[in-house]
Design a protein around this ligand. Structure first.
Ligand SMILES: [Fe+2]
Ligand SMILES: [Fe+2]
Length: 174
């Protein structure tokens, strides 16, 4: 099923997180020297995007899905996964992850994302009316706003590099 446009902002963020998971999986085995760098990247992903993504899902998406009783067990699973993943992000922040933990984390995060995309989003699209989906889209946009300035800044900067072939805006940081 094609992704409904109101869920696309969440799907885009899923792609970013999946790309990180794939890179972690391909980069193993890790040396002791590499581990802190990977953990820094995991933590930065959380701080810049995933933290707000999780709270938008918890405050807007899951309650909207919860109006369908049959989706409640799935939402409970997803909430428990958020808890476990937050623990891993916190381990990454404290640089406490072993190589094994890092790989297990990447697999857990990608399984979580696939469950949301293949089970939750599909089920919601089948059950919700276009009006309900449009309202959900507005609420998600509002909830995701906190993450937007960083993303927009990054996208704008890359777009200007890509299209002009040179930097066209004042550089804020070296
Ligand atoms: Fe999630
Ligand atoms: Fe998600």
């Amino acid at each position: 099923m094609q992704r409904d446009k109101n869920l696309i902002p969440l799907s885009h963020q899923h792609q970013h997180a999946l790309a990180l998971c794939v890179r972690i999986d391909r980069a193993q085995p890790f040396s002791e020297i590499q581990l802190p760098t990977w953990q820094e990247e995991v933590w930065q992903s959380f701080e810049h995007e995933i933290k707000v993504h999780f709270s938008a899902e918890e405050s807007v998406l899951f309650p909207a899905a919860g109006q369908f009783r049959e989706l409640k067990p799935l939402i409970d699973d997803l909430l428990a996964e958020h808890l476990s993943l937050r623990r891993s992000f916190s381990e990454a922040e404290g640089r406490r992850m072993s190589s094994k933990n890092l790989v297990a984390f990447a697999r857990e995060l990608s399984a979580h994302i696939r469950k949301e995309e293949r089970q939750l989003f599909e089920s919601m699209q089948k059950r919700m009316t276009p009006e309900q989906l449009a309202l959900l889209g507005c609420q998600l946009e509002e909830a995701l706003k906190q993450a937007t300035p960083v993303c927009r800044l990054t996208r704008t900067a890359s777009a200007e590099w890509d299209t002009a072939g040179r930097k066209t805006t004042p550089k804020t940081k070296p």
